[in-house]
Design a binder for this molecule. Structure first.
Ligand SMILES: NC(=O)c1ccc[n+]([C@@H]2O[C@H](COP(=O)([O-])OP(=O)(O)OC[C@H]3O[C@@H](n4cnc5c(N)ncnc54)[C@H](OP(=O)(O)O)[C@@H]3O)[C@@H](O)[C@H]2O)c1
Length: 277
């Protein structure tokens, strides 16, 4: 029987490509998100893999809403988190351009809309760290309950956490700090599963050509990266640390599936390593 892979945030920007790659690799795939909705396919062949995923609704902060799903799971992926502690920025990233450039970019300014309160979980601590710790502990509890009856090997189970390459300029340090703190917590759980810590940089989707904030940021970062490579020939280390390559959600998903399927692997997957796969 194919192994079961559960993707939290499976209908998100990266999560849906992880689900697609996992279906293609022959896994039984379950996506978990609060809405439980399937993503909208953009290509003809999307319909097929979308039909093969079980799209379920649950809240990562409420283990009672999903622990049953983890009972027979071999691999769990955590693919949710935030870049800013301001709920508006996600909507802005998927917007199409308007003439009102002020409202278009305002959610990227930390001082925007001070009267609008985000939900209590919309903090770096909760979304980037605690959500992963809660999920990993729930997976651990299910493993312990199951192993009373049978002795499954640790190498047969994995927990993948989508971390990040580095912080970004103008993004509060809480972002990268919460990611690194979560990594440490997960690495402490090695006796129950293989922790796979994936560190992508700014991501784009190879199949999405729509002009929007995400594609504008992608083009600007690519331009800077090429300038640093061809004009400065990567000679200034501080520029190399600041200007990092972008990576597609397809490359990241491919790399994740390779690591999940390699029962000897655990640890960090760097941006450079993702770009090589
Ligand atoms: N995008 C980038 O360029 C980038 C770069 C580096 C690292 N990352 C990291 O990659 C990961 C994925 O990012 P992304 O851009 O794909 O995120 P995304 O598009 O915002 O997707 C987040 C997913 O999580 C679900 N979700 C949110 N809250 C939830 C909850 N309480 N319980 C269950 N599901 C919940 C959302 O669906 P519902 O709203 O339906 O719940 C959605 O499916 C994150 O850890 C992010 O920090 C992203």
């Amino acid at each position: 029987m194919a192994s079961k892979l559960v993707v939290f945030g499976g209908n998100g920007f990266l999560g849906k490509r992880i689900c697609q790659e996992a279906v293609t690799a022959g896994h039984r795939v379950v996506s978990v998100s609060r809405s439980g909705k399937a993503p909208q396919g953009t290509e003809l062949n999307d319909k097929q893999w979308i039909q093969e995923v079980q799209w379920t609704a649950a809240d990562i902060f409420r283990p009672e809403s999903y622990h049953e799903l983890l009972k027979d799971a071999s691999n769990v992926v955590h693919s949710l988190g935030i870049l800013l502690e301001n709920e508006n920025y996600k909507k802005t990233l998927s917007k199409t351009p308007t003439n009102d450039s002020k409202s278009y970019f305002s959610p990227f300014q930390t001082g925007s809309n001070p009267l609008k309160k985000s939900s209590p979980n919309f903090t770096y601590e909760m979304m980037n760290k605690q959500s992963a710790v809660i999920l990993a502990n729930t997976f651990k509890q299910e493993i312990l309950a199951k192993s009373k009856g049978e002795q499954a090997k640790v190498s047969e189970r994995s927990f993948t956490y989508i971390s990040a390459d580095k912080g970004f300029p103008m993004i509060p340090s809480g972002y990268i700090n919460s990611k690194r703190e979560a990594e440490i917590e997960l690495e402490r759980m090695q006796e129950y599963f293989r922790p796979i810590i994936v560190r992508p940089g700014f991501m784009f989707d190879e199949r999405r050509n729509a002009i929007g904030p995400r594609s504008l940021i992608h083009s600007a970062l690519e331009l800077l990266y090429c300038g640093n490579k061809f004009l400065l020939q990567n000679k200034l280390q501080f520029m190399n640390d600041l200007i990092r390559p972008t990576v597609s959600t397809q490359q990241v998903s491919h790399s994740i599936l390779k690591k999940i399927e390699n029962s000897d692997f655990k640890g960090v997957v760097t941006l450079e390593e993702i770009l090589k796969t």
